[in-house]
Design a protein around this ligand. Structure first.
Ligand SMILES: CSC[C@H]1O[C@H](OP(=O)(O)O)[C@H](O)[C@@H]1O
Ligand SMILES: Nc1ncnc2[nH]cnc12
Length: 290
């Protein structure tokens, strides 16, 4: 097996990580345009790590405009095999309190205004998204959280909304009631879809910053309060990330769930009918099977 290279996407409030050896910001261009920012490469616990701030340093990209395809392409291009993301989120559960971390395993996608696939007419592909997160990588995040002394809820369904406004009370009640969502945010979709298409193992860590607007004892979401919780928990997020290389270890076998082979039988378009320009754009993401 090849080396494990850990990718880390930092969400709101997480614009860099410290403690990297040989740290270097690298500008990477992709066929999908520029990523959110330069990528910070280096070594952590002897393992290669690539970090990307999802909204860019200074928080310049809105959730709808984050260049999700360029971000995943750039991470793949730099050799990332295992991708962890850190995101701020609202909670729909009393027991998932502000300051807690939730290891998301499932998604409900309510985003409507973002390109969601690398594939299109000219090179059509359908990957499975039944299990959109990687169990092996989630196991490593769990062990890293234990090592770092960080409380982590073992699973959760993340509702991805378009934003940028927060939800209405009626939406919040629907998501946490009939829909069964546990947390809400604006960015993990289409990130998870694209990570799967790029054959990356993906595990999203959600940091609870608020109770959205449903909780009678708490008001509507207040960004100042979100930032306060993020800042108070930044050191826990960093400790978790630092413990990850040791918890994940070298990649000795292919992904048991097949994340790294997601495209194996996914491409439908006959080789003779493929759009050459699109195939060229897919070099990093799908070069293994094209
Ligand atoms: C600062 S509250 C809203 C903002 O924060 C979350 O971003 P991220 O997922 O990148 O941490 C949420 O999705 C919104 O984009
Ligand atoms: N309540 C919420 N809804 C959507 N995104 C969020 N990010 C942080 N809190 C959020």
């Amino acid at each position: 097996m090849g080396d494990t290279i850990i990718g880390i996407i930092g969400g709101s409030g997480v614009y860099e990580i410290d403690g990297l050896e040989d740290a270097e910001w690298q500008v990477v261009d992709t066929p999908w345009g520029p990523p959110s920012d330069a990528l910070l490469t280096g070594r952590l616990g002897g393992m290669r790590v690539v970090f990307l701030p999802r909204h860019g340093r200074g928080h310049v990209h809105s959730p709808s405009d984050v260049p999700y395809r360029a971000n995943i392409d750039a991470l793949k291009r730099l050799g990332v095999t295992d991708l962890v993301s850190v995101s701020a989120c609202g909670s729909f559960r009393e027991e998932m309190a502000p300051g807690d971390f939730v290891l998301v395993d499932q998604f409900i996608d309510r985003t409507v205004a973002r390109p969601k696939s690398f594939f299109a007419s000219g090179c059509v592909a359908h990957v499975s998204l039944a299990h959109p997160t990687c169990d092996r990588l989630r196991g490593a995040v769990t062990r890293a959280a234990e090592a770092a002394g960080v409380t982590l809820h073992a699973r959760g369904t993340y509702l991805a909304m378009e934003g940028p406004q927060f939800s209405t009370l009626a939406e919040s009640e629907m998501y946490r009631g009939h829909w069964g969502a546990d947390v809400i945010g604006m960015t993990n979709m289409p990130e998870a879809r694209l990570a799967r298409e790029a054959e990356l193992c993906y595990a999203p860590i959600a940091m609870v910053t608020d109770y959205d607007c449903w909780h009678e004892a708490h008001g509507a979401v207040d960004v100042a309060e979100v930032i306060r919780v993020l800042t108070a928990n930044a050191s826990a997020a960093k400790a978790l990330v630092k413990a990850l290389p040791g918890a994940l270890g070298a990649r000795e076998t292919p992904c048991p769930a097949g994340c790294d082979r997601a495209l194996e039988h996914a491409i439908m378009t006959a080789p003779t009918m493929r759009d050459a320009a699109l195939v060229e754009k897919l070099d990093a993401v799908a070069g293994r099977v094209l």
